[in-house]
Structures are given as C-alpha cells and as structure tokens.
Design a binder for this molecule. Structure first.
Ligand code: HEC
Ligand code: HEC
Length: 296
C-alpha cells in the first residue's frame, strides 16, 4: 500500500503507484498534445460544416462549399473531351493532303498509329506491315486497290469480301476447279505468268506463246493486257516481284486451279472515323518512298 507523495528530484506529486521502487509521477498532459488534439477537433468540425460528410439514409450532409466529386469528375471529362476534339475534329474534317502537310496532326498519327495498328491489324499484316502468306504487305509500293488515301479509308470501312453490305469484292476465279481450263493450259499460264514477273526465268520463255494466248483470253480482263493488274477489281500486278500467295510453280498452279479470295474485315463498326483516318495515314507512312514524297 502506497500513498501519493512529492518526488524529491522533480518536485511533482506521485500518483501513489509503485513498481519495484519506481514511482509514477502525476504530471499534466503535455501542452503539444493538447494543441494537436484541439487542432484535429477544430479541423474535423470545419470539415463537417464545409464538405460532404455524414450519410443520412439515402442522402448525406452536403457541406456549405457545395463540393461534389461527381461534378468534379464530369467537369474533368468534359475538359479532356474538348482537348481531344481539338485534334480529332481536324483529323476527321480536313482532307488528307492538309493533314499530311500539318506536322502537329502528323505527330498525332505517328503517336497513335502504331498502337492502333498493333491492336487491330498486325495479326494479319505483321507488326511492321510486312504482310505474310495470304496477307498483303502494306509497307511497299505495290497496292491491290491503289495508294490513294481515300481508297484505303474506304477499304478500312467496308473490308474486302467481308460481311459489310458495301464490301469490296475480290475474286480470283478457280479456273481448274470450275473446269474452265485444263491442267495443261494452266501449266502454260503458270509459265507465262512467271515469265512476265520481274524475276522471270528465261528458260521457260519457250512455253509462253500458248500461255500468252490463254492469258489474253482469260486473264487480261482483270489483270490487264500487260499484266500490271487493275486496282478497280483488286487484281494484283503480276509483273512485279511481289506475291500474296506465292510465285513458285506450286503456289501459282494452286491459285489458277482453285482461285483465291482474301478476307479483310470491315472496321466501320469497330473503329471510329478518326481512328480509321489515323490508320490510313499510318499505313501510307509505312512506305518509305511515300514518306519522302516520292509517290509511285
Ligand atoms: C483477318 C485478317 C486481316 C486483318 C485483321 C486486317 N486485314 Fe487488311 N487485308 C487482309 C487481306 C486478306 C487483304 C487482301 C484482300 C484482297 O484484296 O484479297 C487486306 C487488304 C488490306 C489493304 C489493301 C491493300 C492493298 O494493297 O490495296 C489495306 C490498306 C489493309 N488491308 C489495311 C488494314 C488495316 C489498317 C487493318 C487494321 C485496322 C487491317 N488491314 C486488318 C486481311 C486483314
Ligand atoms: C474476275 C477477275 C479476274 C480474272 C478473270 C483473273 N484474275 Fe487473277 N486475281 C484476281 C483478283 C481479284 C486477285 C486477288 C485475289 C485476292 O487476293 O483475294 C487475283 C489474284 C491472282 C494471282 C495471285 C497473285 C499473288 O500476288 O499471289 C495470280 C497469280 C493471278 N490472279 C493470275 C491470274 C491468271 C493467270 C488469270 C487468267 C487465267 C487470272 N488471274 C484471271 C482477279 C482475276
């Protein structure tokens, strides 16, 4: 049993509690703690009055400042939208020449084009637009449908052999499978096509006369007399060194026998007009000779 007494070193009273000879001093609460507690109390009181704080069933105390997170967010979205429309509007409204001549707009194309292409196009056309077997290269000067940006924009909107009602239609008929041409005529045609392509093999030149006649009769209507193709029907140039389906004898025989019909989806429902226009300019920029203004 202990009683409170005055501590002889500090002059404070003790509380009367003692642990193994150590006595507890009865000192006042430190001032700094009182100051902080009062400040926190005043802050909380002020916050309740000024800001939304207490839930009241299906409403809440609104606070006298009228601050509202929801309105704050709505305003921020509105601000972002108006910043975006500053560059979306010209991308949608200006013609391609004007956009290509505007370095600020082209910077947006360079910035957003690669990600849009990677997400939507690279699985068929390759990351750098390098194409692949059955999918055309987009980074060269050889175009099935032409290099005019408005043509590319239209291709992106409606697709090729797609389910879109206005789809572009590209059909290379299957002359062998349909029984129109015999295997022998197809063999001659394959040799002829190989001989007019830029990597032609002179040793097959002899076989060409028969092939040439059949070509004028069955092929020239779509691929042109000189074999340079026709972008109105998406018929490829056969005289260059580029093949979607392959230029070796086996691949060409398959093309002529069974036909070809590439599928390119329509993007008008999946990408906005501004995104399709960005992609059009991006696809054109993949081709270095177009970047330097040296159009084919
Ligand atoms: C499912 C595969 C696939 C996807 C995805 C795809 N394409 Fe294609 N694309 C094709 C095929 C196949 C063709 C050639 C069709 C034909 O003419 O027979 C083509 C043709 C094109 C052409 C015309 C090329 C020329 O030489 O005229 C352009 C331009 C093009 N694609 C751009 C794009 C862009 C941009 C995207 C992304 C939004 C895209 N494609 C996504 C398969 C695809
Ligand atoms: C009705 C028009 C049409 C006719 C007729 C036609 N073609 Fe085609 N041809 C096309 C189209 C369109 C393509 C592209 C198909 C695709 O990619 O979807 C094509 C593709 C090809 C290809 C593939 C080229 C590549 O890059 O791989 C070859 C080769 C070809 N045609 C040769 C011929 C020959 C030879 C004949 C005559 C026997 C012929 N075509 C008749 C429209 C035609």
């Amino acid at each position: 049993m202990s009683v409170s007494e005055r501590d002889k070193y500090t002059g404070h009273m003790t509380t009367g509690h003692e642990w193994n000879g150590i006595k507890e001093l009865n000192t006042p609460v430190p001032l700094v703690l009182l100051v902080f507690l009062s400040a926190a109390f005043l802050f909380a009181l002020g916050y309740w009055i000024l800001m939304p704080a207490w839930p009241l069933g299906d409403t809440y105390t609104k606070g006298t400042l009228g601050f509202d997170q929801r309105q704050h967010l709505a305003k921020q979205i509105e601000k972002n939208d108006s910043e975006q429309s500053r560059w979306i509007d010209p991308l949608v409204q200006l013609d391609f020449d004007a956009i290509q001549g505007n370095s600020q707009l082209m910077a947006i194309v360079d910035e957003s084009g690669p990600a849009l292409f990677e997400d939507n196009c690279a699985m068929c056309h390759g990351s750098d637009g390098d194409g692949g077997r059955y999918f055309p290269k987009l980074n060269d000067t050889s175009w099935l449908w032409g290099s005019d940006p408005n043509v590319i924009l239209q291709t992106l909107a409606v697709g090729i052999n797609s389910t879109h009602p206005d789809t572009r239609i590209a059909i290379m008929p299957g002359f062998g499978a349909a029984g129109v041409l015999s295997a022998e005529v197809i063999e001659n045609l394959v040799a002829y096509v190989q001989s007019i392509s830029s990597s032609h093999n002179t040793s097959i030149e002899q076989a060409n006369m028969a092939g040439k006649e059949a070509y004028s009769m069955y092929c020239a209507g779509c691929h042109a007399n000189d074999g340079t193709g026709n972008s109105v029907v998406g018929a490829p140039n056969l005289t260059d060194d580029y093949w979607v389906y392959g230029g070796d004898t086996t691949a060409l025989t398959a093309t002529l026998t069974h036909g070809r019909k590439g599928h390119m989806p329509a993007w008008d429902k999946r990408l906005s007009l501004s995104e399709r226009r960005i992609l059009t300019l991006y696809v054109l920029s993949l081709n270095q000779s177009v970047v330097t203004g040296d159009k084919p």
